[in-house]
Design a protein around this ligand. Structure first.
Ligand code: ADP
Ligand SMILES: Cc1ncc(COP(=O)(O)OP(=O)(O)O)c(N)n1
Length: 264
């Protein structure tokens, strides 16, 4: 059983964050572990409160998991502030954790700010250079390079992000006109396409994607194949999104496809 660690924040509504990551790990057939760095009071409508833990709370969890269970891949999600980004980068580096997927979560679908602005520089200087892949969505990608969102300039944006140190960049396509994810590995571009589901129940799609990507890297796939498989899992989770849960954008359902036809 491959082991994948999520370093991220709790979503009480369980659509995104640590809870979405664990569902994606189960869907991908890996053993998921967690280091919880903060907790949100959140539902499908919005985020009402964020409670950050001290960085050493995250460090202790990462060390506990690494020293006994082991880590075949790691995914970082919402880290909230610069001190946490720095502590997580330090732990990943010190412990030599492999297959590092960095999802630079900045803003929730509901509009809530999930990253303090001064933490952006710490991502660039400390965490991106350790990353196997970074997975910003369209808005995050352009925010990171400090430019207005322009879909026609996604390739330039990916090149600028790649120069910040990750081995590869994937700008996820859920907010683009084509729905395609864009992969850049420093040598060439690859568009990962698939059906775009006309669903509003996309809460947690990005978390599901980055966790699936980490899982497929842990399972031994190369970046391009892992990206393609992760896209398929996220897309399927959107297709089975749960509109009946909550009043806002419903949570994705990572297990919706595999549970079809299972007796309840
Ligand atoms: N309506 C959709 N149909 C199919 N796939 C989708 C849809 N929305 C998002 N995805 C996929 O989910 C993943 C995460 O997408 P994105 O929406 O860009 O992230 P985030 O949730 O962080 O904004 C990507 O692989 C994207 O292509
Ligand atoms: C605790 C927490 N972590 C991450 C997110 C953002 O998740 P994402 O998958 O990008 O989904 P949306 O928020 O855009 O639906 C979150 N909301 N909460």
């Amino acid at each position: 059983m491959k082991r994948v660690l999520s370093i991220a924040t709790s979503d009480s509504g369980a659509g995104a964050g640590i809870q979405a990551d664990l569902k994606a790990f189960l869907r991908c057939g890996v053993y998921g572990t967690t280091a919880i760095v903060a907790t949100t009071a959140q539902n499908t409508v919005g985020v009402t409160d964020i409670f950050a833990f001290p960085p050493e709370v995250a460090e202790k969890q990462i060390e506990a998991v690494a020293s006994d269970i082991g880590v075949d891949a790691v995914k970082t999600g919402m880290l909230f502030n610069a001190g946490m980004v720095s502590a997580v980068a330090g732990a990943i580096d010190r412990l030599g954790l492999p297959n590092v997927v960095v999802d630079p979560v900045m803003v929730a679908e509901s509009g809530a700010v999930l990253l303090e602005p001064d933490a952006v520089e710490t991502y660039k200087s400390e965490l991106f250079p350790l990353a196997t892949v970074i997975t910003p969505n369209l808005n995050e990608a352009f925010a990171l390079v400090g430019e207005p969102v322009d879909e026609d300039r996604m390739e330039d944006c990916a090149v600028t992000l790649h120069a910040m140190g990750p081995k590869a960049v994937i700008i996820t396509g859920g907010h683009t006109s084509t729905g395609a994810d864009l992969l850049y590995d420093g040598e060439g571009f690859k568009r990962i396409e698939g059906p775009v589901h006309p669903s509003e129940n996309t809460h947690g799609a990005g978390c599901t994607y980055s966790s699936s990507l980490a899982s497929f890297l842990a399972l031994g796939y190369g970046i391009e194949e892992a990206a393609s498989r992760a896209h398929a899992v996220a897309s399927e989770a959107v297709e089975h999104g749960l509109g009946e849960i909550g009043e806002g954008a419903g949570p994705v359902h990572a297990l919706g496809g595999v549970l079809k036809g299972v007796a309840q």
